[in-house]
Write a new protein. Structure first.
Length: 229
């Protein structure tokens, strides 16, 4: 989403200052954890037990970066290139495998700089969310939450990133944010909840991480049936 697509702050919008206070309050308490991840988990989710990380998984880190665009708090997402061997065309958070001797935070910042050009110096790391096991890739993802005071200069790596998305936090929390579709994968039918962002479907691990973050800041995603509180 470009700056021109953003418009002026709207009634009910979440400012970056407000969001930072919510983040600090959230991390001062217990993490929402698997209960929040389950809000946007495919059902059934084979090979995954909430809160359990099997032995032998590879470790990965992703950066959940929030920053203001015209005073509204937004989050950085990418659409993966369709030619990639894993998760082609899916919406994701920038990130990748943790290298030997590397911290979770350093890996998330390094991968984000490589994928979309976000300089580590503009990111304030404020905490990490609950690790999430991804059965299909045998990764355990460590979501790192970071804040930037202004929209970073973004330079997407064309071989990996087809498109950048910058949804407002308030849109992810809207009363009709969650949609559900049915998918069949050579077996039982799965119900797959997702968030629609700029014509893209955000589902799977990325959606589950966002669900925990939104719960952390007191703005959990809602379905049309839940309505506005």
């Amino acid at each position: 989403m470009s700056r021109d697509e953003i418009g002026e702050p709207r009634r009910g919008a979440v400012s970056i200052g407000d969001l930072e206070l919510r983040i600090a309050t959230g991390f001062a308490a217990a993490l929402p954890g698997p209960a929040a991840q389950l809000i946007l988990a495919p059902r059934p989710r084979h090979g995954w037990t909430a809160g359990v990380v099997p032995e032998g998984c590879r470790r990965g880190a992703v950066l959940l970066l929030v920053y203001p665009i015209r005073e509204e708090a937004c989050v950085l997402l990418t659409v993966r290139d369709v030619r990639l061997p894993t998760h082609p065309g899916q919406v994701s958070l920038p990130g990748g495998a943790i290298e030997d001797g590397e911290t979770v935070e350093r890996a998330a910042l390094r991968e984000s700089e490589e994928e979309v050009g976000v300089l580590p110096s503009v990111v304030r790391v404020v905490g990490t969310l609950t690790p999430l096991h991804v059965p299909v890739s045998r990764f355990v993802l460590h979501p790192v939450v970071g804040v930037a005071d202004q929209r970073p200069a973004l330079r997407p790596r064309s071989r990996e990133v087809r498109r950048i998305l910058e949804p407002r936090i308030v849109d992810l929390n809207g009363p009709i944010a969650i949609e559900v579709e049915q998918r069949e994968r050579g077996g039982p039918i799965h119900e797959v909840p997702y968030l629609r962002v700029s014509g893209e479907k955000v589902w799977g691990a990325t959606a589950m991480i966002l669900a925990e973050f939104l719960a952390l800041v007191g703005l959990p995603p809602r379905s049309a049936a839940q309505g506005t509180p």
